[in-house]
Design a protein around this ligand. Structure first.
Ligand SMILES: Nc1ncnc2c1ncn2[C@@H]1O[C@H](COP(=O)(O)OP(=O)(O)OP(=O)(O)O)[C@@H](O)[C@H]1O
Ligand SMILES: [Mg+2]
Length: 111
């Protein structure tokens, strides 16, 4: 059970980031999988990736990784997404290998 417009906003934030940080010719893949009591959604890209030092901080308000300082945006999208997912009782996290891309996951409990 989910608020469609709020979870839609999470997808827009993640997909917008994936497009912004991936050069033309890269790929962006969306997937969803039932994992026990939750649905786990994933937005994965083949873009610039995120440094290990930045990874734990990207969900903070206004945080932008060094290599993204010149990109457009205020650094709020992931912070808002985290609040929306947590309001649904879910979790959100990211994995990345620098220069090879990033994967963002979030879960929503199955009602
Ligand atoms: N798919 C991604 N690939 C590489 N870096 C990313 C990706 N998504 C987010 N980041 C990093 O995390 C930072 C925070 O992302 P967030 O969406 O919160 O802010 P933003 O996109 O810079 O601005 P806003 O979303 O407010 O327009 C980004 O500035 C960038 O450094
Ligand atoms: Mg963003």
């Amino acid at each position: 059970m989910a608020d469609a417009s709020r979870i839609g906003q999470v997808f827009v934030n993640l997909i917008h980031n994936a497009i912004k940080f991936t050069a033309p010719g890269g790929s962006i893949v969306l997937s969803a999988k039932i994992e026990g009591p939750v649905v786990c959604f994933c937005v994965s890209d083949t873009g610039i990736g995120i440094n290990a030092e930045d990874l734990p901080r990207i969900f903070e308000r206004f945080y932008k990784a060094d290599r993204a300082r010149s990109s457009k945006g205020t650094g709020l999208g992931l912070s808002i997404s985290r609040h929306l997912v947590e309001a649904h009782g879910g979790k959100i996290w990211a994995e990345s290998i620098v220069t090879q891309g990033a994967r963002f996951y979030f879960t929503i409990p199955i009602a």
